[in-house]
Design a protein around this ligand. Sequence first.
Ligand code: MN3
Length: 233
Amino acid sequence: MKRRSFIKNSLLTTIGIGMAGTEVLGSNVTAALEEFTLPKLPYAYDALEPFVDKMTMEIHHTKHHQAYVNNLNKALVGKEKIWNSLEDLCRKTGSLNNDVIRNNAGGHYNHSFFWEIMQPVPASRPDGNTENAINAAFGSVSQMKDAFNEIAMKRFGSGWAWLVMDEQGKLQIGSTPNQDNPIMDISPFKGKPVLALDVWEHAYYLKYQNRRKEYIDAWWNLVNWNKVAQLLR
Ligand code: MN3
């Protein structure tokens, strides 16, 4: 055997052994206890004052959101890992058929999204592309806000209001109960989230008590339109 082909054959053998020795991720892979972790807030707890107060933010993030993460991790232990991300887990809610996973995966996804689409004042403004998309669907930014506010007010009990992009690329407004969201296969309202508002009482009760409308109006001052623009791209 010539030296060159000997090296080539050895190399192929090495690669072959390497591949055979690599464990292929199969259906027997199960979730670990630290599957998901609480993301850091992109700003300080008091950064959204006076519209959302520091204590609400601190409890909302360190207690409520942390509890969704903890309960989700607990519920997933030992489950066959048929998801590869939090989004994917939400999309497969139907096949998982487990209300604890549904509520806590939704809780984790929704809050992670919610922190990102807010920013301290002075907030950004919708860019040209965002405004065009909103105008095309609702007539104007102010008409979109009216429709969004109405849906957020009408959500009975706990849930979320959403601005999403549907499969045709058109903006739609809708609401989901509890911690459901528009990327869940089981949700009748579907789309890619571009804006979300938490209307659970824990999101506003300390400062606004029963005055959900005041909270909603105040919240518009915090919208991170740069993030919305990114999501629309
Ligand atoms: Mn919440």
